[in-house]
Design a protein around this ligand. Structure first.
Ligand SMILES: Nc1nc2c(c(=O)[nH]1)N(C=O)[C@@H](CNc1ccc(C(=O)N[C@@H](CCC(=O)O)C(=O)O)cc1)CN2
Ligand SMILES: Nc1nc2c(ncn2[C@@H]2O[C@H](COP(=O)(O)OP(=O)(O)OP(=O)(O)O)[C@@H](O)[C@H]2O)c(=O)[nH]1
Ligand SMILES: [Mg+2]
Length: 461
């Protein structure tokens, strides 16, 4: 496919040592040559691929030197986009990098849309859609483990498995064609259904296996949305600070200190937590605090994990009973804090409610118990350890949803085959499953969806 030539700043904005303006497309080298002046007068067009060259960029209108640069030239097809790529390494200042971008745009490049370089890598067939999506996940990964999941997907592991599943489905369809072409052979008909069943059941079991990784995969990719709740003054903000290992939230002895929601990312044994501190939940007259409390109830509903903090010094109240009822159906860990203070709480009641695995005691003032809490979180979601290195995780909500749909259509096919429904009817479900799996890798997918996916990328990526 032949496209126009795009350009963008590919490094973050701000001051830095070096910044890169990247170009991709058939005119990339010509455009760069219009601006580039090397000391020995060489032309980029004459240079070998994958070489880097020192010189100045000049403004063709004034013939004045605009920037001192190093230019990398990478010729198609062995490049990031499979097109000619030029990377202009300039000084990392806002004015400098904007000046370079302006020059290349005036010389004939078009400003790239967000994600357009990666989109070209996809449209030119270097990577499939799930690999392109992994490029974005890689940039956003919050922990090493999450980054490994993205690297595996970028490497094409998920794509390869999806390809195998689709191949098996194609083989069952081929079997049906034989059946339709040679209806006079009874044994072909007899063969068709068992073959279809066997392959379809294998596909379904592989989809099951992939889906079984999805909860962990999604957590690694998006972070575990974790909400700290409890009555005022029990130590919720102190807990957030202990986990973050910084004083992000204001802690005072005054109940009702936290008025709004505070959100932080933390890495707990490789699990990225999106940690939310809330205003203490209680009936209150203070209008500002009340808004905070209402929002606390809302984030509570959307949480993957609830850290329910109680004070070791205080007796349980009816409010606590209500709270326990509210979290009972969810993933929660009870944190009994302030164990340095004399006991007021009914620990038996708490043990009865939470059981051993969901109960941790802490004294945040004495920095005790945080390790145990971290371990309890890792145990709850990853049975103790996060082994992301060698596994294919499905982590992307779009992929998970497509796998669920494919699971349902292949199950329909299996049920129909078992019920003796004619093969050409079953065929419809098999074809649909093949299409749904194809959407994951971008084989059978609408252009509007592709545009929407890439628009979520960073500029210049
Ligand atoms: N300067 C610079 N650094 C960068 C990038 C970039 O575009 N520019 N990348 C941007 O994300 C990442 C590297 N990713 C890349 C992925 C593929 C190819 C590439 O040329 N692939 C070809 C040829 C491979 C080969 O030489 O064998 C191919 O797959 O056909 C280049 C970069 C990270 N670092
Ligand atoms: N003795 C003792 N005090 C603690 C402990 N943890 C926190 N505190 C104190 O308890 C008070 C309240 O702590 P916060 O972390 O602000 O409590 P909170 O739950 O966020 O309170 P609100 O935001 O008002 O709902 C502060 O004075 C803390 O220093 C602990 O383990 N032991
Ligand atoms: Mg607080």
């Amino acid at each position: 496919m032949e496209f126009d030539t795009i350009a963008a700043i590919s490094t973050p904005s701000g001051e830095g040592a070096i910044a890169i303006v990247r170009l991709s497309g058939p005119e990339a080298v010509t455009i760069a040559d219009k601006l580039f002046r090397a000391p020995a007068g060489k032309r980029l067009a004459d240079q070998k691929s994958h070489t880097i060259h020192y010189g100045n960029l000049t403004d063709p209108q004034t013939d004045e030197v605009a920037e001192e640069v190093m230019i990398s030239i990478m010729k198609a097809p062995k490049t990031f986009t499979r097109e000619d790529v030029i990377e202009i390494n300039c000084h990392g200042g806002l004015v400098s990098v904007n000046r370079v971008l302006t020059l290349v745009l005036r010389a004939g490049a078009r400003l790239a849309e967000p994600g357009e370089f990666t989109k070209r890598a996809f449209l030119n067939g270097r990577i499939d859609l799930s690999q392109a999506e992994a490029v974005m996940d890689l940039i956003r990964a919050k922990t090493d483990r999450a980054m490994n999941v993205a690297l595996n997907q970028m490497d094409g592991r998920l794509s390869k498995l999806i390809g195998q599943l689709r191949q098996a489905l194609l083989e069952t369809l081929a079997q049906v064609e034989v059946n339709i072409d040679y209806p006079e052979y009874d044994d072909v008909e007899e063969m068709t259904v068992p073959v279809m069943l066997e392959k379809s059941e294998w596909v379904r079991s592989e989809i099951d296996r992939l889906l079984s990784t999805s909860q962990q995969g999604k957590i690694l990719r998006e972070g575990l949305s974790t909400v700290i709740v409890g009555k005022p003054n029990v130590g919720k903000s102190s807990l957030l600070n202990s986990l973050v290992q910084e004083n992000k939230a204001i802690v005072t002895e005054i109940a009702g200190t936290t008025r709004d929601i505070i959100e932080e990312y933390v890495n707990v044994r490789g699990v990225p937590l999106r940690l939310v501190d809330t205003a203490g939940i209680r009936e209150t007259e203070d209008i500002v605090e009340r808004i905070g409390v209402e929002r606390s109830r809302k984030v509570l509903k959307e949480a993957d994990l609830i850290l329910y903090v109680l004070s070791h010094a205080d007796e349980l109240t009816s409010e606590d009973e209500k709270m326990m009822e509210a979290v009972a159906g969810m993933n929660y860990i009870v944190v009994v804090n302030k164990t340095d203070l004399p006991q007021g709480i009914d620990m038996e009641r708490i043990q009865e409610f939470a059981g051993k695995s969901r109960l941790v005691t802490t004294s945040l003032i004495e920095e005790e118990g945080v390790d145990q809490l971290e371990q309890a979180i890792a145990d709850l979601f990853f049975e103790g350890s996060v082994e992301a290195n060698d596994m294919t995780y499905v982590s992307n909500a779009r992929h998970i949803s497509l796998l669920h749909q494919a699971h349902s259509t292949i199950s329909d096919a299996i049920t129909a085959a078992e019920a003796g429904v004619p093969v050409d009817m079953i065929q419809i479900d098999v074809v649909r499953t093949w299409e749904l799996l194809g959407e994951i890798i971008g084989d059978t997918v609408q252009e509007s969806l592709i545009n929407q996916l890439f628009s979520q990328f960073c500029l210049g990526k």
